[in-house]
Structure formats: C-alpha cells, structure tokens
Design a protein around this ligand. Structure first.
Ligand code: DOR
Ligand code: ZN
Length: 344
C-alpha cells in the first residue's frame, strides 16, 4: 500500500499557547487537523466561559479565515470553579470539556486541584450534564517515584472518583503505561484515553542515554519499553477507547535547553507522517483512521469530519527542524527514523 485516504484527523489534546507563540504554531496543527481540544493551561489559566470565548477568538484570529480548523475549548478546573458557569459554557456550545490538573503535576498547574473532595459538586454536575472531564492522571505525592505517578493516580484518585460519580465521562489524557492501557480498556463507554504521537515512538532511554536530551522530556515522562509497546498495541488495535491526542506542547529552545527545562514535545508539524510510519510498522495502516479520525469524535459524541486527507508513501519526507515563532525557535520532535508518508 503506498497511499491511504482517511477522514480528516482531529487532535484531542493540543497546546496552542498565546500571543506570538500561538501565531507561530497554530498553522502547524491547522494544516492537517480538522479540530483540536485546546488545553487551558495559559497564564492565567482559562477558567471561565468568558475567558474561553476570548481565547477562542485569539486562536481564530491567528489562523487564515479559510483554514477550516475548529478549536474545541476547555475550561481549567480549579477548587473555586463555578458549576453554573461550566454548565452554561457547555450548553452554549462554547466549551467541549473541562480539564483537571492535579496541582503541581505539570506546566502551569499551580491553580489545579489539591483536594479532590473540593471539586466533587462540580464533577457531579458535569456527570449530570454529560460534560467530559479530561484528566492529567499523575499524583504529585513526594513519596511516589515519578515513573509510578500514573499507575498510582489510577488507584488512589481516578478509580475512586469514577466509582462515586457514576455517569461522569472521563478521558485519561496522554496515557503512558500498561496500567493506563488496561484501565482504559476495561472502563466501558464512559472512559476513553488519548495517546500521544511521541509516546508511541520513545521510551525513557531516549531522554537519558548518551546525555540528557531535553527535547524528549515531557510529562507524563516516557516510561520503559514494555509500556511503549502496550501503547502501540492499544493505538493500533482499533479499540474505540483509544484515540489521538498529540499533547504537542511547544516551548522555545532556551526554555527546553535549560538547567530546569520545560516539559513538552512539539509534534504538530510531523505527527501524521510519524503515525503512518508507526501504524505501517505494526501492519495496522487500515486502523490509522479509527485512531486519528473516528474514535475521538465518537467518544465526544461529535460527527467525524466530512473532508478527507490522503497520505502517500515515497522518498523520506523533509520537514523543518525548528519552527520560528515571534517568541523564539521551537524544535520539532525528531522521531529518530526516516518518515516516508506525506500528507497530500
Ligand atoms: O509535557 C507536557 N507539556 N505535559 C503537560 O502535561 C503539559 C505540557 C505543557 O503545557 O507544556
Ligand atoms: Zn498536555
């Protein structure tokens, strides 16, 4: 097979930032994707419907009028979030989902949740109104090893929340472990999981072997090889629980190549070429459409995109090593393998 046509893919977890960075990187996602769930971890975070509306306007203004790209907005859940505002923003169509960050878990998460009991009324209201909750699933307890944060979160936080909030629709964002795969697979119709492009490609050796490689550092941090293989099996299985959320998360080079470097891999530019390569390696090109274009909309109860994209196999694809933004250069994720599939 040297060409494959898919419904236009969507990205169910994306960081677009703001200002000059937004202007520089938004076209990278809009080129291939129809829609994306936009993360709200700006400074200050996107907490209210009014803030989401203003942010959506800034995203739209950063793209050409004919881009065909639709940002799907999220609200950042805090212990002070107002259930009425969240419900109104969802019912008006402005907001698609709410994002839960445990405080301290990742970039700009200080306004996140420390005491999960405090957000119980909001989660109950969301369950009642069918508003999806996107979850950054890592505990931050100092006694828990960073490589175990996801598995411990499932046991200590996620499973108890789901048991006491029946009907709450949850997306486990950017799962990185076999435990995450197993929990999502067994979770029924109200549970889905996104998988990033980079976690299908790298394990923790990529970050640490032969010197520290800051451009492979992200959160949740990449795990052992057995976990990468579990993620590849899940993504290529066709199982409707799993869908693409790139977590493409740009930081400028000075902030990545730093004594305390920021977490995030920027994959928007070459994600579709990488995914085609991965799915071909797994003899699963016929399931790429389910992962990138069908399972996500089905979980979010939205129609799949009507337009299509064609991927064609040929000589190795060239793509920029960096995207120049008004804020500085952003390094594009290097998958450490030639890519042969181009979009269009
Ligand atoms: O690697 C990451 N980068 N993980 C996150 O959870 C946040 C993101 C960011 O905003 O930079
Ligand atoms: Zn993210």
């Amino acid at each position: 097979m040297d060409s494959i046509t898919l419904r236009r893919p969507d990205d169910w977890h994306l960081h677009l930032r703001d200002g000059a960075m937004l202007a520089g990187i938004a076209p990278e996602s809009a080129r291939h994707f129809g829609r994306a769930i936009i993360m709200p971890n700006l400074v200050p975070p996107v907490v209210t419907g009014a803030q989401a509306q203003a942010y959506r306007d800034r995203i739209t203004a950063a793209l050409p009028a004919d881009s065909g790209f639709t940002p799907l907005m999220t609200l950042y859940l805090t212990e002070e979030s107002d259930p009425a505002d969240i419900i109104a923003a969802h019912q008006s169509g402005l907001v698609t989902a709410v994002k839960l960050y445990p405080a301290g878990a990742t970039t700009n998460s200080t306004s996140g949740v420390r005491d999960f009991d405090k957000v119980r009324p909001v989660l109950e209201a969301m369950a009642e109104h069918g508003i999806p909750l996107c979850v950054h699933g890592e505990v931050v307890d100092s006694d828990v090893d960073i490589f175990d944060r996801e598995a411990v979160f499932i046991d200590r936080v996620l499973d108890p929340i789901r048991r006491r909030t029946p009907g709450l629709r949850v997306i486990m964002e950017h799962i990185t472990t076999r435990q995450g795969v197993d929990y999502a697979r067994a979770g029924g119709d109200d549970l889905g999981a996104t998988i990033t492009t980079h976690h299908l490609v790298i394990n923790r050796n990529a970050i640490l072997v032969g010197g520290i490689k800051p451009h492979y550092y992200c959160l949740p941090v990449a795990k052992r090889e057995e976990h990468r293989l579990a993620l590849r099996a899940a993504a290529t299985s066709g199982d409707a629980s799993f869908f693409l959320g790139t977590d493409s998360a740009p930081h400028t080079d000075p902030l990545k190549e730093n004594a305390c470097g920021c977490a995030g891999c920027f994959t928007a530019t070459n994600t579709m070429s990488i995914l085609a390569e991965v799915f071909e390696q797994e003899n699963a090109l016929d399931r790429l459409e389910a992962f990138a274009s069908l399972n996500g909309p089905a979980f979010y109860r939205l129609p799949a995109n009507e337009t299509r994209v064609t991927l064609t196999k040929g000589d190795p694809v060239s793509y920029p090593a960096k995207i120049d933004t008004g804020d500085g250069p952003v390094t594009v994720f290097d998958p450490m393998m030639p890519l042969h599939w181009r979009v269009g």
